[in-house]
Design a protein around this ligand. Structure first.
Ligand code: HEM
Length: 369
Protein backbone atom coordinates (compact mmCIF):
# COMPACT_ATOMS: atom_id res chain seq x y z
CA UNK A 1 0.00 0.00 0.00
CA UNK A 2 1.21 3.52 -0.78
CA UNK A 3 2.82 5.16 2.21
CA UNK A 4 0.88 8.03 3.78
CA UNK A 5 3.61 10.58 3.04
CA UNK A 6 2.95 10.19 -0.70
CA UNK A 7 -0.63 11.47 -0.59
CA UNK A 8 -0.99 14.97 -1.97
CA UNK A 9 -2.31 17.17 0.86
CA UNK A 10 -5.41 19.20 0.08
CA UNK A 11 -4.96 22.94 -0.08
CA UNK A 12 -6.66 25.67 -2.09
CA UNK A 13 -3.86 25.57 -4.70
CA UNK A 14 -4.78 22.11 -5.99
CA UNK A 15 -7.48 23.94 -7.96
CA UNK A 16 -6.51 26.38 -10.70
CA UNK A 17 -9.08 28.74 -12.25
CA UNK A 18 -9.07 28.38 -16.05
CA UNK A 19 -9.02 31.20 -18.62
CA UNK A 20 -12.55 32.53 -19.31
CA UNK A 21 -13.96 30.03 -16.82
CA UNK A 22 -16.96 32.13 -15.86
CA UNK A 23 -17.93 32.87 -19.48
CA UNK A 24 -17.59 29.22 -20.55
CA UNK A 25 -19.56 28.07 -17.51
CA UNK A 26 -22.38 30.46 -18.32
CA UNK A 27 -22.45 29.34 -21.97
CA UNK A 28 -22.67 25.66 -20.96
CA UNK A 29 -25.44 26.26 -18.45
CA UNK A 30 -27.42 28.54 -20.79
CA UNK A 31 -27.23 25.95 -23.56
CA UNK A 32 -28.34 23.16 -21.21
CA UNK A 33 -31.23 25.30 -20.01
CA UNK A 34 -32.39 25.94 -23.60
CA UNK A 35 -32.37 22.19 -24.32
CA UNK A 36 -34.21 21.53 -21.09
CA UNK A 37 -36.91 24.00 -22.08
CA UNK A 38 -37.35 22.14 -25.38
CA UNK A 39 -37.73 18.93 -23.42
CA UNK A 40 -40.35 20.58 -21.24
CA UNK A 41 -42.28 21.57 -24.36
CA UNK A 42 -42.00 18.02 -25.66
CA UNK A 43 -43.26 16.30 -22.49
CA UNK A 44 -45.15 19.17 -20.83
CA UNK A 45 -43.29 18.02 -17.73
CA UNK A 46 -39.87 19.20 -16.64
CA UNK A 47 -37.08 16.63 -16.46
CA UNK A 48 -33.42 16.69 -15.45
CA UNK A 49 -30.96 18.34 -17.89
CA UNK A 50 -28.97 15.11 -17.66
CA UNK A 51 -29.78 11.65 -16.29
CA UNK A 52 -33.45 12.32 -16.92
CA UNK A 53 -34.68 8.74 -16.84
CA UNK A 54 -34.66 6.80 -13.59
CA UNK A 55 -34.71 3.00 -13.49
CA UNK A 56 -34.70 2.14 -9.83
CA UNK A 57 -34.94 4.00 -6.55
CA UNK A 58 -33.49 2.09 -3.65
CA UNK A 59 -33.50 2.34 0.10
CA UNK A 60 -30.20 1.13 1.56
CA UNK A 61 -27.50 1.49 4.18
CA UNK A 62 -23.98 2.84 4.01
CA UNK A 63 -21.78 1.21 6.64
CA UNK A 64 -18.54 3.12 7.20
CA UNK A 65 -15.77 0.66 8.04
CA UNK A 66 -14.29 0.60 11.51
CA UNK A 67 -10.63 1.34 12.23
CA UNK A 68 -9.83 3.06 8.96
CA UNK A 69 -6.25 4.38 8.89
CA UNK A 70 -5.80 8.16 9.23
CA UNK A 71 -5.57 8.81 5.47
CA UNK A 72 -8.97 7.15 4.90
CA UNK A 73 -10.61 8.32 8.12
CA UNK A 74 -11.69 11.71 6.71
CA UNK A 75 -14.92 13.71 6.44
CA UNK A 76 -17.97 11.50 6.62
CA UNK A 77 -15.72 8.44 6.79
CA UNK A 78 -14.20 9.50 10.12
CA UNK A 79 -16.56 7.44 12.31
CA UNK A 80 -17.73 3.85 11.81
CA UNK A 81 -21.38 4.80 11.52
CA UNK A 82 -24.25 3.29 9.54
CA UNK A 83 -26.31 5.78 7.52
CA UNK A 84 -29.58 5.22 5.65
CA UNK A 85 -29.30 6.09 1.95
CA UNK A 86 -31.54 6.71 -1.05
CA UNK A 87 -30.05 5.69 -4.41
CA UNK A 88 -31.39 6.70 -7.82
CA UNK A 89 -30.20 4.64 -10.82
CA UNK A 90 -30.46 6.54 -14.12
CA UNK A 91 -29.23 6.75 -17.70
CA UNK A 92 -27.40 9.86 -18.85
CA UNK A 93 -29.52 11.25 -21.68
CA UNK A 94 -31.34 14.54 -21.25
CA UNK A 95 -34.45 13.02 -22.81
CA UNK A 96 -36.62 10.01 -22.02
CA UNK A 97 -35.48 7.41 -24.56
CA UNK A 98 -35.89 3.62 -24.83
CA UNK A 99 -33.57 1.62 -22.56
CA UNK A 100 -32.31 -0.16 -25.66
CA UNK A 101 -30.35 2.99 -26.54
CA UNK A 102 -27.23 2.49 -24.53
CA UNK A 103 -25.80 5.32 -22.44
CA UNK A 104 -23.70 6.02 -19.41
CA UNK A 105 -25.52 4.99 -16.26
CA UNK A 106 -25.73 6.98 -13.07
CA UNK A 107 -25.87 6.04 -9.40
CA UNK A 108 -26.83 9.02 -7.25
CA UNK A 109 -26.48 8.47 -3.51
CA UNK A 110 -28.18 10.58 -0.84
CA UNK A 111 -26.85 9.85 2.64
CA UNK A 112 -29.24 10.72 5.48
CA UNK A 113 -28.28 11.76 9.03
CA UNK A 114 -25.01 13.52 8.24
CA UNK A 115 -24.15 16.07 10.90
CA UNK A 116 -22.26 19.29 10.29
CA UNK A 117 -22.72 22.39 8.12
CA UNK A 118 -22.95 21.62 4.40
CA UNK A 119 -21.26 23.52 1.61
CA UNK A 120 -24.23 25.13 -0.18
CA UNK A 121 -25.56 27.99 1.96
CA UNK A 122 -29.20 27.17 1.15
CA UNK A 123 -28.70 23.57 2.32
CA UNK A 124 -26.21 24.31 5.10
CA UNK A 125 -28.43 22.80 7.80
CA UNK A 126 -29.72 19.82 5.81
CA UNK A 127 -28.92 16.43 7.36
CA UNK A 128 -28.01 14.91 3.99
CA UNK A 129 -24.96 14.66 1.74
CA UNK A 130 -24.83 13.46 -1.88
CA UNK A 131 -22.34 11.50 -4.01
CA UNK A 132 -22.96 11.28 -7.78
CA UNK A 133 -21.32 8.46 -9.72
CA UNK A 134 -21.32 7.16 -13.31
CA UNK A 135 -20.30 3.72 -14.66
CA UNK A 136 -17.09 4.97 -16.25
CA UNK A 137 -13.76 5.92 -14.59
CA UNK A 138 -13.26 9.27 -16.36
CA UNK A 139 -15.35 12.01 -17.95
CA UNK A 140 -14.28 12.02 -21.64
CA UNK A 141 -15.08 15.76 -21.93
CA UNK A 142 -12.84 16.41 -18.94
CA UNK A 143 -12.54 20.20 -19.17
CA UNK A 144 -15.22 22.88 -19.54
CA UNK A 145 -13.75 23.80 -22.94
CA UNK A 146 -14.36 20.28 -24.24
CA UNK A 147 -17.71 20.05 -22.49
CA UNK A 148 -18.91 23.25 -24.16
CA UNK A 149 -18.11 21.85 -27.62
CA UNK A 150 -20.07 18.70 -26.86
CA UNK A 151 -22.98 20.65 -25.36
CA UNK A 152 -23.21 22.99 -28.34
CA UNK A 153 -23.30 19.97 -30.66
CA UNK A 154 -26.13 18.47 -28.65
CA UNK A 155 -28.06 21.73 -28.70
CA UNK A 156 -27.81 22.14 -32.46
CA UNK A 157 -29.28 18.66 -32.86
CA UNK A 158 -31.99 19.51 -30.37
CA UNK A 159 -32.89 22.56 -32.43
CA UNK A 160 -33.34 20.58 -35.64
CA UNK A 161 -35.92 18.32 -34.10
CA UNK A 162 -34.11 15.00 -34.48
CA UNK A 163 -32.66 15.39 -31.07
CA UNK A 164 -33.94 12.37 -29.22
CA UNK A 165 -32.93 9.83 -31.82
CA UNK A 166 -29.59 11.41 -32.59
CA UNK A 167 -28.29 11.86 -29.09
CA UNK A 168 -29.42 8.40 -28.22
CA UNK A 169 -27.62 6.96 -31.22
CA UNK A 170 -24.51 9.00 -30.53
CA UNK A 171 -24.54 7.91 -26.95
CA UNK A 172 -25.03 4.31 -27.94
CA UNK A 173 -22.09 4.19 -30.32
CA UNK A 174 -19.75 6.33 -28.26
CA UNK A 175 -20.45 4.72 -24.95
CA UNK A 176 -20.46 1.20 -26.29
CA UNK A 177 -17.08 1.78 -27.91
CA UNK A 178 -15.40 3.27 -24.87
CA UNK A 179 -16.89 0.70 -22.53
CA UNK A 180 -15.87 -2.11 -24.87
CA UNK A 181 -12.33 -0.73 -25.05
CA UNK A 182 -11.90 -1.16 -21.31
CA UNK A 183 -13.76 -4.45 -21.14
CA UNK A 184 -16.87 -3.05 -19.45
CA UNK A 185 -19.25 -3.91 -22.29
CA UNK A 186 -19.50 -6.21 -25.25
CA UNK A 187 -18.04 -5.15 -28.55
CA UNK A 188 -21.11 -5.32 -30.74
CA UNK A 189 -20.80 -1.68 -31.81
CA UNK A 190 -24.50 -1.64 -32.60
CA UNK A 191 -26.63 1.42 -32.17
CA UNK A 192 -29.14 -0.54 -30.24
CA UNK A 193 -26.72 -2.45 -27.98
CA UNK A 194 -28.28 -2.21 -24.55
CA UNK A 195 -25.14 -2.81 -22.44
CA UNK A 196 -24.70 -5.31 -19.61
CA UNK A 197 -26.74 -5.69 -16.40
CA UNK A 198 -27.02 -2.28 -14.70
CA UNK A 199 -26.57 -3.70 -11.19
CA UNK A 200 -23.21 -5.31 -12.09
CA UNK A 201 -21.48 -2.07 -13.10
CA UNK A 202 -18.80 -0.20 -11.13
CA UNK A 203 -19.65 3.48 -10.63
CA UNK A 204 -17.11 6.33 -10.34
CA UNK A 205 -16.99 10.02 -9.41
CA UNK A 206 -15.07 10.40 -12.72
CA UNK A 207 -13.45 13.63 -11.50
CA UNK A 208 -11.76 14.68 -8.26
CA UNK A 209 -13.10 15.76 -4.92
CA UNK A 210 -11.64 16.81 -1.63
CA UNK A 211 -11.20 13.95 0.79
CA UNK A 212 -10.61 15.80 4.05
CA UNK A 213 -6.87 16.43 4.22
CA UNK A 214 -6.38 14.79 0.79
CA UNK A 215 -7.66 14.73 -2.82
CA UNK A 216 -9.48 11.71 -4.25
CA UNK A 217 -11.76 10.03 -6.75
CA UNK A 218 -14.30 7.58 -5.36
CA UNK A 219 -16.03 4.48 -6.67
CA UNK A 220 -18.67 1.91 -5.78
CA UNK A 221 -18.14 -1.65 -7.01
CA UNK A 222 -19.98 -4.96 -6.70
CA UNK A 223 -19.12 -6.84 -3.49
CA UNK A 224 -21.57 -9.70 -2.92
CA UNK A 225 -21.22 -12.73 -5.21
CA UNK A 226 -24.76 -12.33 -6.62
CA UNK A 227 -23.86 -8.81 -7.79
CA UNK A 228 -20.35 -9.68 -9.00
CA UNK A 229 -21.98 -12.36 -11.19
CA UNK A 230 -23.92 -9.60 -12.98
CA UNK A 231 -20.78 -7.64 -13.98
CA UNK A 232 -20.57 -7.59 -17.78
CA UNK A 233 -23.49 -10.04 -17.95
CA UNK A 234 -25.67 -9.67 -21.04
CA UNK A 235 -29.29 -8.91 -20.36
CA UNK A 236 -31.59 -11.72 -21.50
CA UNK A 237 -32.84 -10.95 -25.05
CA UNK A 238 -36.34 -12.07 -24.11
CA UNK A 239 -36.52 -9.45 -21.35
CA UNK A 240 -35.27 -6.77 -23.75
CA UNK A 241 -37.71 -7.75 -26.49
CA UNK A 242 -40.62 -7.85 -24.05
CA UNK A 243 -40.18 -4.13 -23.28
CA UNK A 244 -37.47 -2.16 -25.08
CA UNK A 245 -38.51 0.96 -23.19
CA UNK A 246 -38.23 -0.24 -19.63
CA UNK A 247 -36.23 -3.44 -19.26
CA UNK A 248 -33.66 -1.73 -17.02
CA UNK A 249 -36.43 -0.93 -14.57
CA UNK A 250 -37.62 -4.52 -14.80
CA UNK A 251 -34.29 -6.21 -14.14
CA UNK A 252 -33.73 -4.04 -11.06
CA UNK A 253 -37.25 -4.76 -9.76
CA UNK A 254 -36.86 -8.48 -10.48
CA UNK A 255 -33.58 -8.60 -8.56
CA UNK A 256 -34.95 -6.81 -5.50
CA UNK A 257 -38.07 -8.95 -5.27
CA UNK A 258 -35.93 -11.35 -3.25
CA UNK A 259 -32.28 -10.34 -3.60
CA UNK A 260 -29.92 -8.45 -1.30
CA UNK A 261 -27.09 -6.52 -3.00
CA UNK A 262 -23.80 -5.45 -1.49
CA UNK A 263 -21.35 -2.96 -2.98
CA UNK A 264 -18.11 -1.52 -1.64
CA UNK A 265 -17.18 2.15 -1.71
CA UNK A 266 -13.51 2.86 -2.43
CA UNK A 267 -11.27 5.91 -2.45
CA UNK A 268 -8.36 6.57 -4.81
CA UNK A 269 -6.10 9.17 -3.22
CA UNK A 270 -4.04 11.46 -5.42
CA UNK A 271 -0.30 10.88 -5.03
CA UNK A 272 0.93 13.07 -7.88
CA UNK A 273 -0.84 16.06 -9.44
CA UNK A 274 1.05 15.55 -12.73
CA UNK A 275 -0.16 12.00 -13.39
CA UNK A 276 -3.42 12.47 -11.46
CA UNK A 277 -4.55 15.95 -12.50
CA UNK A 278 -7.44 17.73 -10.84
CA UNK A 279 -8.12 20.17 -13.70
CA UNK A 280 -8.61 17.49 -16.41
CA UNK A 281 -11.26 14.87 -15.65
CA UNK A 282 -10.47 12.92 -18.83
CA UNK A 283 -7.22 11.54 -17.36
CA UNK A 284 -7.57 8.17 -15.69
CA UNK A 285 -5.61 8.12 -12.45
CA UNK A 286 -3.29 5.10 -12.62
CA UNK A 287 -4.34 2.45 -10.15
CA UNK A 288 -0.82 1.04 -9.97
CA UNK A 289 0.27 4.39 -8.51
CA UNK A 290 -2.71 4.59 -6.15
CA UNK A 291 -5.35 1.84 -5.91
CA UNK A 292 -8.94 2.33 -4.74
CA UNK A 293 -8.94 1.56 -1.00
CA UNK A 294 -12.16 0.32 0.65
CA UNK A 295 -13.91 2.66 3.10
CA UNK A 296 -17.55 1.53 3.33
CA UNK A 297 -20.15 -1.02 2.36
CA UNK A 298 -23.49 -0.27 0.66
CA UNK A 299 -26.32 -2.74 1.29
CA UNK A 300 -29.75 -2.94 -0.35
CA UNK A 301 -32.29 -5.45 0.94
CA UNK A 302 -35.37 -6.78 -0.94
CA UNK A 303 -37.87 -4.00 -1.76
CA UNK A 304 -40.19 -2.55 -4.36
CA UNK A 305 -37.68 -0.53 -6.37
CA UNK A 306 -39.97 1.45 -8.67
CA UNK A 307 -43.41 2.15 -7.25
CA UNK A 308 -45.22 5.17 -8.79
CA UNK A 309 -44.85 7.00 -5.46
CA UNK A 310 -41.10 6.38 -5.38
CA UNK A 311 -40.62 7.47 -8.97
CA UNK A 312 -42.42 10.77 -8.44
CA UNK A 313 -40.55 11.39 -5.18
CA UNK A 314 -37.12 10.68 -6.70
CA UNK A 315 -37.69 12.26 -10.12
CA UNK A 316 -39.71 15.33 -9.19
CA UNK A 317 -39.15 16.08 -5.50
CA UNK A 318 -35.54 15.06 -4.80
CA UNK A 319 -32.42 16.62 -6.24
CA UNK A 320 -28.94 15.14 -6.06
CA UNK A 321 -26.12 17.65 -6.26
CA UNK A 322 -22.34 17.03 -6.02
CA UNK A 323 -21.94 20.32 -4.13
CA UNK A 324 -24.44 19.26 -1.49
CA UNK A 325 -21.81 17.83 0.81
CA UNK A 326 -19.62 18.46 3.79
CA UNK A 327 -16.88 20.98 2.91
CA UNK A 328 -14.45 18.04 3.38
CA UNK A 329 -15.89 16.43 0.21
CA UNK A 330 -16.04 19.49 -2.04
CA UNK A 331 -15.82 18.66 -5.79
CA UNK A 332 -12.55 19.85 -7.38
CA UNK A 333 -11.45 20.98 -10.84
CA UNK A 334 -13.10 23.03 -13.61
CA UNK A 335 -15.36 20.21 -14.86
CA UNK A 336 -16.64 19.93 -11.29
CA UNK A 337 -16.93 23.69 -10.66
CA UNK A 338 -19.24 24.11 -13.68
CA UNK A 339 -21.61 21.64 -12.04
CA UNK A 340 -22.42 24.09 -9.28
CA UNK A 341 -24.47 26.37 -11.52
CA UNK A 342 -25.59 23.53 -13.82
CA UNK A 343 -27.33 21.47 -11.13
CA UNK A 344 -28.83 24.49 -9.42
CA UNK A 345 -30.29 25.78 -12.70
CA UNK A 346 -31.64 22.40 -13.80
CA UNK A 347 -33.15 21.59 -10.42
CA UNK A 348 -34.75 25.00 -9.91
CA UNK A 349 -36.39 24.89 -13.34
CA UNK A 350 -37.69 21.36 -12.81
CA UNK A 351 -39.15 22.13 -9.40
CA UNK A 352 -40.65 25.38 -10.60
CA UNK A 353 -42.30 23.97 -13.72
CA UNK A 354 -43.64 20.87 -11.97
CA UNK A 355 -44.72 22.92 -8.96
CA UNK A 356 -42.92 20.59 -6.60
CA UNK A 357 -41.13 21.43 -3.38
CA UNK A 358 -37.41 20.72 -3.13
CA UNK A 359 -37.12 18.57 -0.04
CA UNK A 360 -34.07 17.15 1.69
CA UNK A 361 -35.31 14.17 3.71
CA UNK A 362 -34.70 14.14 7.45
CA UNK A 363 -35.34 10.42 7.81
CA UNK A 364 -35.45 7.43 5.46
CA UNK A 365 -39.17 7.01 6.26
CA UNK A 366 -39.84 9.93 3.91
CA UNK A 367 -38.99 7.70 0.94
CA UNK A 368 -42.31 6.15 -0.09
CA UNK A 369 -42.51 2.35 -0.44
C1 HEM B 1 -17.84 14.85 -13.60
C2 HEM B 1 -18.56 13.78 -13.53
C3 HEM B 1 -20.06 13.73 -13.48
C4 HEM B 1 -20.77 12.75 -12.85
C5 HEM B 1 -20.19 11.56 -12.10
C6 HEM B 1 -22.17 13.07 -13.01
C7 HEM B 1 -23.21 12.31 -12.53
C8 HEM B 1 -24.54 12.64 -12.56
C9 HEM B 1 -25.61 11.83 -12.05
C10 HEM B 1 -25.46 10.46 -11.41
C11 HEM B 1 -26.76 12.52 -12.23
C12 HEM B 1 -28.17 12.06 -11.84
C13 HEM B 1 -28.52 12.64 -10.50
C14 HEM B 1 -29.89 12.20 -10.05
O1 HEM B 1 -30.17 10.99 -10.05
O2 HEM B 1 -30.68 13.09 -9.69
C15 HEM B 1 -26.44 13.77 -12.88
C16 HEM B 1 -27.35 14.75 -13.20
C17 HEM B 1 -27.02 15.93 -13.79
N1 HEM B 1 -25.78 16.26 -14.29
FE1 HEM B 1 -24.04 15.29 -13.97
N2 HEM B 1 -22.31 14.23 -13.73
C18 HEM B 1 -21.04 14.67 -14.06
C19 HEM B 1 -20.72 15.80 -14.77
C20 HEM B 1 -21.62 16.75 -15.15
C21 HEM B 1 -21.29 17.98 -15.84
C22 HEM B 1 -19.89 18.39 -16.26
C23 HEM B 1 -22.46 18.67 -16.00
C24 HEM B 1 -22.73 20.00 -16.64
C25 HEM B 1 -21.89 20.88 -16.99
C26 HEM B 1 -23.52 17.88 -15.42
C27 HEM B 1 -24.84 18.26 -15.37
C28 HEM B 1 -25.86 17.54 -14.79
C29 HEM B 1 -27.22 18.05 -14.61
C30 HEM B 1 -27.73 19.41 -15.03
C31 HEM B 1 -27.94 17.04 -13.97
C32 HEM B 1 -29.42 17.10 -13.55
C33 HEM B 1 -29.53 17.81 -12.20
C34 HEM B 1 -30.96 17.95 -11.71
O3 HEM B 1 -31.82 18.42 -12.47
O4 HEM B 1 -31.24 17.62 -10.54
N3 HEM B 1 -22.98 16.72 -14.92
N4 HEM B 1 -25.08 13.81 -13.07
Amino acid sequence: MTSIRNYVPFNENVEVQQPYEQEITQKIVDSMARVNKLMYEKYRHAIRDAHAKSHGILKGELQIYDKLPEHLSQGIFRNPKTYPVIVRFSTAQSAIVPDKMSAFRGMAIKIIGVEGQKLLPELADAMTQDFLLVNYPIIPTGTIKEYLKMQEGLESQAQNGEFVQKIAQKAAVGVQNVLAAVGLADDTNQLSAPGPHILGDTYFSMAALRYGNYVAKINVKPLSENIKELSGKKIDEKIIDADENAFLTKIISDFFEKGTAEYEMGVQLCTNLETMPVEDGSVQWPEDESPYQPVAKLIFRPQLSYSPERRVYADDVLSFNPFHCLPEHRPLGNIMRVRKLAYETSSLYRHHMNVQPLIEPKTIEELPD
